[in-house]
Design a protein around this ligand. Structure first.
Ligand SMILES: Nc1ncnc2c1ncn2[C@@H]1O[C@H](COP(=O)(O)OP(=O)(O)OP(=O)(O)O)[C@@H](O)[C@H]1O
Ligand SMILES: [Mg+2]
Length: 271
């Protein structure tokens, strides 16, 4: 298949409920707001939240696309399985997760890879929301990705341990560091853990730091409208939009690594 090849962003984490879906939605909405052709893909197959957060009722899902491909491998167009989100002149497409658990369980990595590659030919950007595991599916998507957005929060020590394990695993798997963006979410949530300590443990500087804004996040879900569309004045929306701003820069907008930080009590736990 000839044609353009869209940029793929995967949003990944090693902990649950850290904001992957919120971030994926707002990256997609901001790019759409800038006039780009965007498709958001829900690969949290069993428990996907994209349609719930966007108040969409898809008629067809990724499971229907797989069924069609099994019946007719060479004659399936993924665009027929998309659901449109639209407000004013901003719109983007969503490939919804399966309705039934059984369908989700039976989804195949090769089929999903094929569908995402088809989307890449149709859209400027394909944004993939994932689950918090190093599964065969997530690794296949990370392989396809232009950028892996690795989301973390600083709450409890096990979360930080898993972030470190995830970051080390991405390195061991050979992903180029310039392909990985570290996003710290809910940065000002109450915690006794110091962000600099966490950066020292990870050996990484967070590329983006998103504030905690419970009210704005909750309103966005209640109304089904991304923050970057309806709450652009909030610091959270501004920071979310900034994730997109730098993608077109030649260095990919990646900040230089910070000087090694000696770290405090927490980093000693991991040394
Ligand atoms: N910066 C933030 N400030 C306040 N609330 C937030 C922020 N980011 C996310 N949330 C809220 O935290 C909850 C979890 O977010 P989200 O569903 O995006 O996480 P997730 O990583 O996709 O979770 P899961 O692992 O279940 O897929 C949601 O209620 C969301 O609105
Ligand atoms: Mg999610």
């Amino acid at each position: 298949m000839e044609g353009r090849k869209g940029t793929i962003f995967t949003v990944f984490s090693t902990a649950y409920a850290v904001g992957k879906t919120l971030i994926a939605i707002n990256i997609a909405a901001e790019l759409a707001h800038q006039g780009r052709k965007v498709c958001l893909v829900d690969l949290d197959l069993q428990f996907g939240d994209l349609c719930y957060y966007l108040k969409l009722s898809p008629k067809l899902t990724i499971a229907d696309a797989q069924r069609a491909m099994k019946n007719n491998p060479n004659d399936v167009s993924v665009v027929e399985y998309l659901t449109t989100w639209k407000k004013g002149n901003v719109q983007f497409e969503v490939l919804a997760n399966p309705r039934l658990m059984e369908e989700a369980y039976n989804m195949e990595v090769d089929v999903i890879r094929n569908l995402v590659q088809q989307l890449q030919l149709e859209f400027d950007y394909v944004i993939i929301d994932t689950t918090s595991t190093f599964s065969a599916l997530n690794l296949a998507m990370m392989d396809l990705s232009t950028i892996i957005n690795f989301v973390g929060i600083v709450d409890f020590i096990p979360t930080i341990k898993n972030m470190k394990r995830g970051s080390d695993t991405l390195k061991e798997l050979g992903y180029d560091d310039s392909k990985i963006r570290y996003i710290l979410n809910r940065s000002n949530a109450k915690t006794r853990i110091d962000v600099q300590d966490v950066e020292s443990i990870l050996g990484k500087h967070f590329d983006y730091v998103l504030p905690n804004d419970f009210q704005a996040a909750q309103n966005s879900v209640r109304n089904g409208i991304p923050l970057v569309i309806d709450a652009r004045h909030t610091s959270l929306a501004k920071e979310l939009a900034s994730i997109v701003e730098v993608y077109d820069q030649s260095d990919g907008g990646k900040k230089p690594e910070k000087e090694e930080n000696q770290g405090g009590w927490l980093s000693r736990l991991f040394s």
